[in-house]
Each structure stands twice: as structure tokens, then as C-alpha cells.
Design a protein around this ligand. Structure first.
Ligand SMILES: [Zn+2]
Length: 333
């Protein structure tokens, strides 16, 4: 369920705070921009409504957990039958799996923190320090609610920055119909992924990393930060290393550097290809087919964008590259 998924803490069994043999049982995502639009600038109302939405999600996750708990080992012949899931090796084929499923996580996710902040105070967290503080308050609030639920039920409630392959387009389509095209909120084909600074916003790699890093600690069920680099990182290993070190020092739990990789399907050359393949010197209009331009869409590396939905395609087209340099970031931090 998403390469970013992270399973670590275990309130059900403190001796098994491990990553193997467990997983996320299900997650449900909250449409943050929608709540922010309805708040009409009233921050207190926003938090009250977010609180109600989180409560609904927890009820739904518990409901679903009950249904999952009624299943037997026989229903999961590989996961439980082969003893892959923690504790399942002690169960018989007709035993219910509810007790061992408690090792898993029940997760609330979210999308569009950037658009949510735009709707609330007119700026997203890349644009203003106030927006960043409010963003941390919002996700911190969700995390607090998840921690409280963990304590109350003895189950692993947690928060994820939802991958949202499908949701990114779906929610904004519905909201655009309902509220019209609101500038910076519903006027694109997608909502920004999780807590990310919008892909279209020009910002240096270092600034983007430092703004997104604090959300990693809050989203204990999963998170990722992307940096888009131009050109071939092999040609500039220092810049590549600088980005990795910055991620590590800022507290990024899971980071990814996206850079162009092209492939000529005819001769098999992999690297950066301009108009002409550096290996066999053919061009795309020689009738033998196009070069593959590998790009990352959420967790997937794809050669062409054809198989992705319009929202994700439009997001990829909007992406700006992040410069690696020593810009002055003192005004931000
Ligand atoms: Zn070639």
C-alpha cells in the first residue's frame, strides 16, 4: 500500500516494535482543502470540523477492523497460513485472525495541505512562515488525535501523508464542481500530495527539504519528500550528496531524488538522451519508435505517462526542478 508506508511503533505489543511481519490494515484520507474552504477563514471552526472528520475516520477504521478480525487463517493462506504475519504461526487454519491483526496499523491520511493553507490564510507553507506554523499545527493535531485513539483502544492508530494516486484528481474534481475554481486551491487538476510544497512552486532543494522534514516526524504511518533534479546526477555527484546530507540532517525519514533517465528501446542505451541517442546515433523520427523518458509518479517509475490519470499527468507537467545551491534561507528559518 504505497512505498512510503511505515510501520514501527506497536502499542499492542511493546516487545514487537519491529517492521517485519506487520503492515497497515487500512487507511482513510481526509480532504483538507474541502474543510478549509468551508471554514471561510475561521481557523477555530476548521479545527472543530477536522476533529469531527478524524472521529468519523477512526469509527470507520474500527468498523473495518472488526470485519477483518472475523476472518480466519484460511482466508489468508499466504499471509497467515504460511506464518508471514506476526503471531500467525501460532494459529490453526480455522482460528480467527483478529488478535494477531492488532499488530497492524489503522491509519488516517490527508491530501492537499498546501491548498488547505491557501484557502485558510491565502498562502501555502512554501510562501510564508505563518502558513508553515499553521500546517504543522494541523498535522500535529491529527497526530495527537491518533495517539489518543491508540491509548484508548490499545490499537496502532497513526497518520500517513497519503500517496493519493487516484484521490489527487478525484477530490479536486468534486470540489471544483461544488465551489468553482478558487485560485491556488481548486484551479488545478490535482491537489498537492500530502504535506508537499506544491510541485509548481519554485524553491531550492534545501528549502523544500527543510520545510517538509518536520512533517515526517508527525506522519508516523508514512511519508516521502521528493526533490526534482535536472540533468544526470552522475555528472554532479557533489550536488547529489549535498541533497542526501541535507535530508539526513533535517530529519527526512524517507527521501527521493527524481532525475531524468532516458532509454533507447532499440539499442538499449540508458542515460540522458537529447535529440539523438549517444550510443547508436538514431533519432526518434527514424520510424523505429520513441525514446522512453522514465519519470517517477508517486511510487512508480514509468517510461511513458500514457497509463496514468489526467491529474497525475498534469502534475508531472507542472513540476519545476529544484536548484541545489547555497541560497540564503535565513528568512525562512
Ligand atoms: Zn540507441
Amino acid at each position: 500500500m504505497g512505498c512510503r508506508t511505515r510501520v514501527m511503533a506497536n502499542v499492542y505489543d511493546k516487545d514487537n516494535e519491529i517492521v517485519t511481519g506487520r503492515g497497515n490494515l487500512s487507511f482513510t484520507s481526509i480532504n483538507l482543502p474541502r474543510i478549509a474552504i468551508n471554514a471561510k477563514g475561521n481557523i477555530d471552526w476548521f479545527f472543530e470540523e477536522l476533529d469531527r472528520k478524524v472521529a468519523i475516520v477512526f469509527d470507520q477504521l474500527l468498523d473495518r477492523f472488526k470485519i477483518q478480525s472475523e476472518k480466519t487463517v484460511r482466508n489468508y493462506p499466504f499471509l497467515m497460513g504460511q506464518g508471514i504475519w506476526l503471531g500467525s504461526d501460532k494459529l490453526g487454519i480455522d482460528d480467527k485472525v483478529g488478535e494477531v491483526l492488532k499488530h497492524g496499523t489503522l491509519t488516517v491520511g490527508f491530501i492537499g495541505l498546501a491548498e488547505c493553507l491557501k484557502a485558510l490564510i491565502g498562502k501555502h507553507h512554501g510562501e510564508s512562515k505563518d502558513a508553515q506554523n499553521l500546517g504543522l499545527e494541523i498535522i500535529g493535531f491529527m497526530r495527537k488525535r491518533a495517539d489518543e485513539a491508540s491509548k484508548k483502544y490499545g490499537l496502532n492508530f497513526s497518520v500517513i501523508g497519503t500517496p493519493a494516486e487516484g484521490l489527487s484528481g478525484r477530490f479536486v474534481r468534486i470540489d471544483k464542481k461544488k465551489y468553482g475554481a478558487i485560485e491556488g486551491v481548486t484551479d488545478r487538476d490535482y491537489y498537492t500530495n500530502s504535506f508537499h510544497v506544491p510541485v509548481y512552486y519554485p524553491i531550492s532543494a534545501a528549502d523544500k527539504i527543510k520545510l517538509e522534514a518536520p512533517y515526517h516526524e508527525l506522519t508516523n504511518a508514512g511519508h516521502i519528500t521528493y526533490v526534482e533534479l535536472d540533468g544526470d546526477p552522475m555528472e554532479n555527484l557533489d550536488a547529489f550528496e549535498q541533497v542526501i546530507r541535507c535530508m539526513k540532517e533535517s530529519g527526512v525519514g524517507y527521501g527521493s531524488i527524481n532525475h531524468p533517465v532516458d532509454r533507447d528501446p532499440v539499442c538499449g542505451y540508458t542515460g540522458i538522451i537529447g535529440n539523438e541517442c549517444p550510443s547508436c546515433h538514431r533519432t526518434e523520427d527514424d520510424g523505429q519508435g520513441k525514446f522512453e523518458r522514465i519519470r517517477r509518479i508517486t511510487g512508480y517509475l514509468v517510461g511513458t505517462l500514457d497509463s496514468f490519470n489526467d491529474a497525475k499527468r498534469s502534475e508531472v507537467e507542472d513540476r519545476v526542478k529544484h536548484s541545489v545551491g547555497s541560497e540564503d534561507t535565513s528568512d525562512l528559518f
